[in-house]
Design a protein around this ligand. Structure first.
Ligand SMILES: O=C(O)CCC(=O)C(=O)O
Ligand SMILES: [Fe+2]
Length: 263
């Protein structure tokens, strides 16, 4: 797994080509599209389902044929951080998922695993997936001169792993859309046309967070805070109460493929 960790350290991300089988990716896209058009929350010009595993079954199947995960699971603990979400045509500008100063040290080890469920090498989807500042997980500042922008155009079968501290963006809203978003016009368009459907070519993506450590290494320094914060955020987004909304039935599959869980 040296390649994985070396590349992660060098570039802030790692892409596994063809990590998802075609049939699973295709059927997940269909199921998620249906779900997101009807449920979840309207946000930033699109639709979002926070706490995804509580709402859509068997999402983990998309990750069950990943060779990189299988290899990692051999000698690492891969701990599900109880965060998963899916989105459709949601705009995102440059940000770090975890910008807090205290995370910028070698014990962080929390990564996001994502798949974009369409072929971003096609013209209509080109440059609409993820842009990342290579190496930016080493710097607290959002922008650093030593980091270059890398535009990633995955296929629907590719799995993207990135460090949560890296500076990244999805498809940024235009200036006009940002103003419309601020004044609630985008949500209103969602209401008229359907969620996220102001864009003809639908961009769907699914993400979840994991903490990865060498087996036996108990330096899960930030894991608990991280899990508490993400479930609070997911619950807020769900507008539901309580802090433990992740349903065991939908994460059971992750356990079966070797993921670990910590309370
Ligand atoms: O695809 C996108 O819109 C960006 C996703 C993102 O920022 C994230 O999942 O942390
Ligand atoms: Fe992000």
């Amino acid at each position: 797994m040296n390649d994985f960790f070396n590349e992660m350290q060098e570039s802030s991300y790692f892409m596994e080509v063809d990590g998802v089988d075609e049939k699973t990716s295709h059927s997940l896209r269909k199921r998620l599209r249906k779900h997101l058009l009807n449920s979840g929350v309207s946000i930033d010009g699109g639709a979002l389902q926070p706490d995804l595993f509580s709402y859509v079954e068997n999402v983990y199947e998309a990750f069950s044929s990943s060779k990189v995960l299988k290899e990692l699971l051999k000698d690492h603990d891969v701990i599900f951080c109880r965060h998963a979400d899916a989105h459709l045509n949601k705009g995102t500008g440059w940000h770090k998922d975890r910008p807090e100063d205290r995370f910028f040290n070698e014990d962080y080890n929390i990564y996001k695993i994502g798949i974009y469920l369409q072929d971003h090498t096609l013209k209509k989807y080109k440059d609409r997936a993820l842009s990342i500042l290579s190496g930016s997980h080493k710097y607290k500042e959002l922008f650093s001169e030593s980091c270059n922008v890398k535009v990633i155009n995955p296929k629907a079968q590719d799995i993207l792993f990135f460090d949560l501290r890296a500076t990244h963006k999805g498809e940024e809203l235009s200036k006009v859309e940002k103003v419309m978003n601020k004044f609630g016009v985008l949500s209103w368009l969602d209401y008229i046309y359907g969620r996220g459907l102001r864009k003809k070519e639908e961009k769907l993506a699914v993400f979840f967070s994991v903490c990865i450590f060498k087996k036996g290494d108990k330096k899960f320094k930030f894991l608990k805070d991280h899990m508490a914060e993400v479930s609070e955020r997911q619950n807020k987004q769900n507008k539901s109460e309580g802090s433990d909304s992740v349903l065991e039935k939908n994460i059971k599959g992750l356990k079966e493929i070797g993921f670990k869980f910590y309370e």
